[in-house]
Design a protein around this ligand. Structure first.
Ligand SMILES: [Zn+2]
Length: 222
């Protein structure tokens, strides 16, 4: 069978991390994160890492060429021979075009999974989050409320909202995500019929994953 290349799109709060983990376990393929790869090179201080740091100091983005090269090297490693999940890549239609060429080169077939969510649901979910500033326990007014409203179950400390979870911040992140992702989704809608759109708003993660699995099985059968 052809190696499968899964490209997963999901907004902040869509549960993308969890679905990615489920896919890794189910398909036994690695998740390849371009962000992690860039950080690893910086940590190692190798020539690629130094080049990345130089660009970041100058305030510019890492070039498409470099990112493409890193991905290309990574997907030829033995652990990726049955497939892989791409995380944080492609970010632009230009990267997407190059990615299609890379995948043809390694003989992999791509499947794009888009976790479709209702932004109002995401906003209410994320703005319902509270954290204990003392022990770090997370609560959610809907899915995991504390026993006594507003205080930590473990130590009675008053709960706070993290800056990241403030409604305005969540809205801005969603707008930013939308701006970046729309052109990519349009790209994939135009070039292939292997785009799976899964409703990920209201249900538990296992239910959402069930939908992903059956859609993937349908595709493989085609
Ligand atoms: Zn606490």
């Amino acid at each position: 069978m052809k190696p499968i290349a899964i490209i997963l799109f999901g907004s902040p709060g869509s549960g993308k991390g969890t679905q990615s983990k489920y896919l890794v376990e189910w398909l036994r393929i690695p998740q390849i994160s371009t962000g992690d790869m860039l950080r690893e090179h910086i940590r190692a201080g190798d020539p690629i890492g130094l080049a990345i740091q130089e660009r970041m100091r100058a305030g510019s983005l890492v070039s498409d060429d470099l990112v493409n090269q890193l991905v290309f090297e990574r997907i030829r490693q033995p652990d990726a021979r049955n497939g892989f999940i791409l995380d944080g890549y492609p970010r632009t239609p230009t990267q997407a075009e190059e990615m299609m060429r890379l995948l043809t080169n390694v003989g992999a077939g791509e499947v794009v999974i888009h976790l479709v969510v209702d932004y109002n649901v995401i906003i209410s979910r994320m703005s319902g989050r509270r954290v204990c500033p003392k022990c770090g326990t997370l609560y959610n007014s809907v899915s995991r409320p504390p026993k006594v409203e507003g205080v930590c179950d473990l130590d009675g400390t008053p709960l706070v909202i993290r800056d990241d979870d403030r409604e305005q911040v969540v809205r801005e992140r969603l707008v930013q995500y939308e701006r970046q992702t729309q052109p990519l989704l349009e790209f994939f809608r135009a070039v292939n019929d292997r785009l799976i759109e899964v409703d990920a708003s209201g249900d538990r993660p296992e239910v959402v994953f069930g939908r992903i699995k059956s859609e993937l099985k349908n595709l493989v059968r085609k």
